[in-house]
Design a protein around this ligand. Sequence first.
Ligand SMILES: [Mg+2]
Length: 242
Amino acid sequence: MIEAVSSQAELLTDVLKDVAARFRGGFSPLVVFDIDDTLFSTAKRHLRILRELSQEQVWAAALGDIKEASLRYSIVDTAKACGISQPPQLGAIREFWVARFFKNDYLLEDEPLPGASAFCRDLKEGGATVVYMTGRDETMREGTLKALAGRGFPPPDSLILKPRFDTPDLEYKTESIERLRALGSVTAAFENEPAHINLFQAAFAQSRHFLVGDKHSGKAVAPHPSVIRIRDFRRFDIMPVQ
Ligand SMILES: [Mg+2]
């Protein structure tokens, strides 16, 4: 455990050093972050929606007691694991969730991964151009900016959102790569989706690429061998020797 946290600290510190060196060299070092399940955990947002559904529907009462550790990536899988198996009920859960999960007010439930906001602030201070590139769409800009500011993240140098809600994330991120090239030189990228971090790796092979945490959509994609795995963004909380 000690090695894992310690090496994560070193790897993240290396990004700060790269940024500082490139900034001194007259470049605009870009650091690109996905938001959902990369900088922020979406768990509290899921739990609020389940709690609200449990208060509206008698058959959904058990969903109100679900703990964070029992959440699955998909809300339907979470409900199934909680014993709900009727297709009409699963359909209703999905509909209730879709109507709320992407709303600005609900985004404020999200909590940052440990160390995430401090890391972004330090990058900014070191001369980084901080880019948030998310699968959220333009209707979520207001809540996203509010959530970032409220949780201590630096204001974005660029916040890239999907123009259309129904564009698949991978397609949108592929198209957005060119926008990144116009903003500066990508020093590092952080993602929770293996397919997305592989996209960055292919586009910016000389940069550092990080796969954060273990929440992703479950698509069977192996991260490129050069992709670095980290649990979160802690650089200082080294676990004490037991
Ligand atoms: Mg994500």
